[in-house]
Design a protein around this ligand. Structure first.
Ligand SMILES: *Cc1c(COP(=O)(O)O)cnc(C)c1O
Length: 428
C-alpha cells in the first residue's frame, strides 16, 4: 500500500536530514513511513502509490479553498511568463497590501516576508526597536516559527519531538524569552511584575494551533490586552494560522480584540512561501527604510507569490459565506467524531473554532500544553495510522491542529466519520 513511499523515503534520507524538509512531515511521533504526495485537487491528495486521501491538513492551512484552486493556478501560470522575480517594486505589492489593510482590523501597513518564521522574528525585532526593551513573553506550546528566541517551550515539531532545550540556541538569547502557560493570566502578571519596564511584547496565538487546537478561555486575551496597555507592552497576535481562516480579519475580527502587531503566513500566500507583519503606521514606520529597525528580503513580495495570495484573499474577501460554510462543516464533523468515539467507548475531548479543530483522547478539557501532553497520545498514534489506512490524512501528531477546506463535501465528511468509527473499533 505504501511501497513507493517507503522506497522514496529511503532515498530521501540519504540526501536530506531525516528525509524531510520540515520535521513534522517525517511521521516520527506517530511512527511508520511518511506518505510521499504526488498531486492534489480540491479536498483530495494522491500519493506516490496512487492512494487517495481526504485531506485535513491542507498544507497546514493555506489550502482553505482546496488544492489546485483554479483561479490561483491560472494567475500563477499567467504571471510566471512575466518573470518569476524582479528585485524591484511592483504595483501588485501595493494592491495586495491595500486588500489586506481593508480586510484586517487595526492595521494601516504591512511588510511582506517569505515565511511565518520571518514574520514573527521581524515582529519581535520591531517591538524591541519601538519600545527600547529586550524581553518578551510567549506561551508554552505556542509556535512562532524556528527563530532562536522562539524555540523556548515551543509547540509544533518541537513539542512533537519532545525536545527540551535546543542545541544551537544560546542561553543569552533564551534568557530574554519569558514563558507562561496558555490561558494563565496570573502567570503573565507575575512575569510582568518581575520584569518592570523590560518587556517589549507579549506574543500569542489568539487561538492556539500548535499543541492541537486550544481555544482562549473567556477573558484571557482581554486580560493580555489590559496588561499590555497598563505596562506599555505591545500585544502581538501571531495569526499565521488564524489569519484569513477564522474570519476575513482573523482572530482580531472574530474575537473583537485589538492587537498592536499581527503576523501572517500560510493562507496569505495561497501555498507559496509568504509571511507578513502588519500594524498601525506609528509602529510600522519604524521598519527600514522608513525607520531604523532593519528588515529585508531578496525575494520578499515575489510576484508569483503575491498574485497567488492576492487571488485567494480576494475570493475570501468577496465571499464571507465561505466562513459560515466552513463553520457548519466543522460542526458536522465534530458531532460525527464525538459519536464515533462515543460508540467505541473512547473518552475524548474535541476542541474546535471555525475550521480549526483537534481531537484528544482524555476526559479532561484541553486548555494548555500540560493538558494536551497528558492526553492518551499513544491512542492518537494508532488512530492516525488507522485513519491513514482508511484514506483520511490527519496531522501526524496530536500536537497539531486539523485544518478544513471548503471543498470538503458532505460525502467527504460522512466518509471521514465512517472511517473514524471503523478505525476506533479496530484499535481500541
Ligand atoms: C506555521 C506557523 C509559524 C511559522 O511559519 P513558517 O511559514 O512555517 O515559518 C508561526 N506561527 C504560527 C502560529 C504557525 O502556525
Amino acid at each position: 500500500m505504501y511501497s513507493k513511499s517507503e522506497m522514496l523515503f529511503g532515498k530521501a534520507k540519504q540526501v536530506i536530514p531525516g528525509g524531510v524538509n520540515s520535521p513534522v512531515r517525517a511521521f516520527k511521533s506517530v511512527g511508520g513511513t511518511p506518505v510521499f504526495m504526488e498531486r492534489a485537487k480540491g479536498s483530495y491528495m494522491y500519493d506516490a502509490d496512487g492512494n487517495r486521501y481526504i485531506d485535513y491538513i491542507n498544507s497546514w492551512g493555506p489550502m482553505i479553498l482546496g488544492h489546485a484552486y483554479e483561479p490561483v493556478v491560472k494567475a500563477i501560470q499567467e504571471y510566471a511568463t512575466y518573470s518569476t522575480s524582479f528585485g524591484a517594486p511592483t504595483a501588485l505589492e501595493t494592491k495586495i497590501a491595500e486588500l489586506i489593510v481593508g480586510m484586517v482590523p487595526n492595521i494601516d501597513m504591512i511588510r511582506m516576508v517569505n515565511s511565518g518564521t520571518e514574520a514573527c522574528m521581524t515582529a519581535i525585532r520591531l517591538a524591541r526597536g519601538y519600545t527600547g526593551r529586550n524581553k518578551f513573553i510567549k506561551f508554552e506550546g505556542c509556535y512562532h516559527g524556528h527563530a532562536d528566541a522562539f524555540l523556548v517551550s515551543a509547540g509544533s515539531g518541537v513539542a512533537t519531538l519532545g525536545i527540551q532545550s535546543i542545541p544551537g540556541v544560546t542561553a543569552a538569547v533564551a534568557d530574554d524569552t519569558l514563558t507562561a502557560p496558555y490561558n494563565n493570566l496570573p502567570a503573565v502578571e507575575e512575569l510582568v511584575a518581575e520584569n518592570i519596564n523590560q518587556i517589549a511584547a507579549i506574543i500569542v496565538e489568539p487561538v492556539a494551533g500548535n499543541m492541537g487546537c486550544i481555544l482562549p478561555q473567556p477573558g484571557f486575551l482581554e486580560g493580555l490586552r489590559q496588561i499590555c496597555d497598563a505596562n506599555n507592552i505591545l500585544l502581538i497576535f501571531d495569526e499565521v494560522m488564524t489569519g484569513f481562516r477564522l474570519a476575513r480579519g482573523g482572530a482580531q475580527e472574530l474575537l473583537g480584540i485589538r492587537a498592536d502587531l499581527v503576523t501572517f503566513g500560510k493562507i496569505i500566500g495561497a501555498g507559496m512561501p509568504v509571511g507578513a507583519v502588519a500594524g498601525p503606521k506609528e509602529i510600522m514606520e519604524n521598519l527600514a527604510p522608513a525607520g531604523k529597525v532593519y528588515q529585508a528580503g531578496t525575494l520578499s513580495g515575489n510576484p508569483i507569490a503575491m498574485i497567488a495570495g492576492y487571488t485567494l484573499l480576494q475570493t475570501l474577501n468577496d465571499h464571507p459565506v465561505i466562513y459560515q460554510e466552513l463553520q457548519e462543516k466543522a460542526t458536522y464533523l465534530v458531532n460525527g467524531l464525538k459519536e464515533a468515539f462515543g460508540a467505541a467507548g473512547v473518552v475524548h475531548s474535541i476542541n474546535q473554532m471555525g475550521s480549526m479543530l483537534s481531537a484528544h483522547f482524555t476526559e479532561y478539557p484541553i486548555v494548555d500544553f500540560s493538558s494536551a501532553s497528558a492526553a492518551n497520545n499513544e491512542l492518537f498514534k494508532r488512530f492516525f495510522h488507522a485513519m491513514l489506512d482508511r484514506g483520511i490524512y490527519l496531522p501526524p501528531s496530536a500536537f497539531e491542529s486539523w485544518f478544513m477546506s471548503n471543498t470538503l463535501t458532505l460525502g467527504d465528511l460522512d466518509e471521514t466519520i465512517a472511517a473514524a468509527k471503523s478505525a476506533m473499533q479496530a484499535i481500541k
